[in-house]
Ligand binder design. Structure first.
Ligand code: AMP
Ligand code: ZN
Length: 454
């Protein structure tokens, strides 16, 4: 298998540390809100990696964390803790908030046929491991104590800029070239918090050698990945946004104590781009799997859409491409075993090797799909569904939520009214739909109607 390694910025042959085994760590969700479909694109990519390794005969140990404390609004230790802020927003305590969104996330993962990682670990269940790692960092001379936090001293890790190819001078200039106000005692602009202290208002607190406090965001991933996979492991994944801060910091705080390579292969997924007005998590106006379902889409249509692009390319989301993906998936599901096109074994095995070559070339899902479409073989689709995860054998059509007949009738009446510019009728029908609990939207693809969430 060839995979693109962010460390070398090139495709490399995957050579596991232990023959036949692959250890993977993926940065998981911060559970203060629903995952948006961009986050889920990254988890689908990681699922394809996992499935491809398994398809190639590797025994996979896949670890994913759940951030339920310590991730501040900005990745640079600024702003409020996302969990505490989310809890205030919803009138819950942070623990309730975390469980609510952890469950919602697991449900979304299942709806996208993302296989469950062998280990799902919560930050709040691993505080002792984080404290122990911070003690090692301090003992190694790479951490220091200030009145409000324990910081990692980036000047003590000579390779700090290497991974992300950071221009530290430029970066410092960009950040005003100084340590900001409020960072009492912080020595270098890139230094980051390992442990917060003296924050009496913070609800989630644990005892530590430095007094009561809570962890910074980055330390959990070093502590948990090394706990479950060892001080050096095979593959670490995440979205590209994690390269310059989060993963750079993970490498620094891990390698400064182990003096070993932390991770052999780093893999990063490019972003899903949403329309600007739908991007903002803070306004609550972002797309979730549920919002796709409410618009009449099968979550697997979204999975199919993701697979049509390479994970290292940006992908623009639009309702039209999702619609096209759902139609494409409908054709895939309509394939029948009694209409097999590859009945000759030699032909089948040739097609199979082409398909395998495509996915083994840095997870070429788009090429794999195009090969599968070219051959149109039920058997080949079925075999490679182990990689694609489209639930091919169990489905005959995409599953969408049906709207009641009286509602669809109102929608078509409204479409007629709209087409004749009869705005009074169209508005009256909108009100009728709203009154019986539906949200009406006008999109380029036509009228959309969703049930109001309760
Ligand atoms: P978070 O819950 O914010 O910690 O993010 C979870 C994962 O989603 C991380 O791996 C991020 O890098 C990734 N991510 C965040 N935004 C996007 C996006 N728009 N497209 C793809 N991945 C994303
Ligand atoms: Zn992480």
């Amino acid at each position: 298998m060839q995979i693109y390694n962010t460390l070398s910025r090139s495709k490399e042959t995957f050579v596991p540390m232990l023959p036949g085994k692959a250890g993977i760590y993926c940065c998981g969700p911060t559970v203060y809100n629903y995952a948006h479909i961009g986050n889920l694109r990254t988890y689908v990519f990681e699922d394809i990696l996992r499935r491809t390794l398994i398809f190639n005969g590797f025994e996979v140990k896949h670890v994913m964390n759940i951030t339920d404390v310590g991730h501040l609004e900005s990745d640079e230790d600024e702003g409020e803790d996302k969990m505490e802020k989310g809890a205030q927003r919803e009138g819950l305590d942070p623990w309730q908030l975390a469980r609510k969104y952890e469950n919602a996330w697991l449900h979304d993962m299942a709806r996208l046929q993302i296989q469950r990682p062998e280990v799902i670990c919560r930050a709040t269940d691993h505080i002792a491991g984080m404290v122990a790692l911070i003690e090692r960092i301090i003992a190694a001379g790479c951490g220091y104590v200030t009145p409000g936090a324990i910081y990692f001293d980036t000047s003590k890790f000579a390779a700090y800029a290497d991974f992300a190819r950071l221009d530290l001078k430029g970066l410092e200039a960009g950040r005003g070239g100084r340590v900001k106000e409020g960072d009492t005692g912080k020595r270098n602009p890139n230094d980051f918090v390992l442990w917060f202290t003296n924050k009496p208002k913070h609800i989630m607190q644990w005892d530590s050698p430095w007094g009561s406090g809570y962890p910074g965001w980055h330390i959990e991933c070093s502590a948990m990945s090394m706990e479950y996979l060892g001080e050096t492991f095979d593959i670490h994944c995440g979205g590209v946004d994690h390269i310059p801060v989060h993963h750079t910091n993970e490498i620094a705080q891990s390698e400064c104590v182990t003096h070993k390579t932390f991770v052999k292969y780093w893999m990063h997924a490019e972003f899903l781009l949403l329309e600007a007005d739908k991007m903002s998590k803070s306004s609550g106006n972002f797309l979730t799997i549920q919002s796709l379902v409410d618009e009449g889409f099968d979550p697997l249509s979204y999975r199919y859409l993701i697979l049509q692009a390479h994970y290292r390319s940006e992908l623009k989301f639009s309702w039209d491409t999702l619609e096209a993906a759902q139609n494409g998936l409908r054709r895939v599901y309509s394939m029948r075993p009694d209409k097999e096109t590859l009945t000759d074994e030699a032909e089948y095995s040739e097609a199979r090797s082409k398909a395998l070559e495509a996915i083994n070339d840095d997870l070429g899902t788009a090429q794999l799909l195009s090969i599968l479409h070219t051959y149109g073989s039920y058997r080949l689709w079925k075999e490679f569904d182990a990689v694609l995860g489209l639930d091919f054998v169990n489905r005959t059509t995409p599953t969408t939520e049906e709207l009641p007949a009286d509602v669809t009738e109102l929608i078509s009446k409204r479409d007629v009214a709209k087409s004749t510019k009869d705005w009074a009728t169209s508005d009256a029908i909108r009100k009728q739909l709203t009154d019986i609990g539906y949200v009406v939207g006008d999109t380029p693809a036509g009228t959309t109607v969703t049930r109001k969430s309760v």
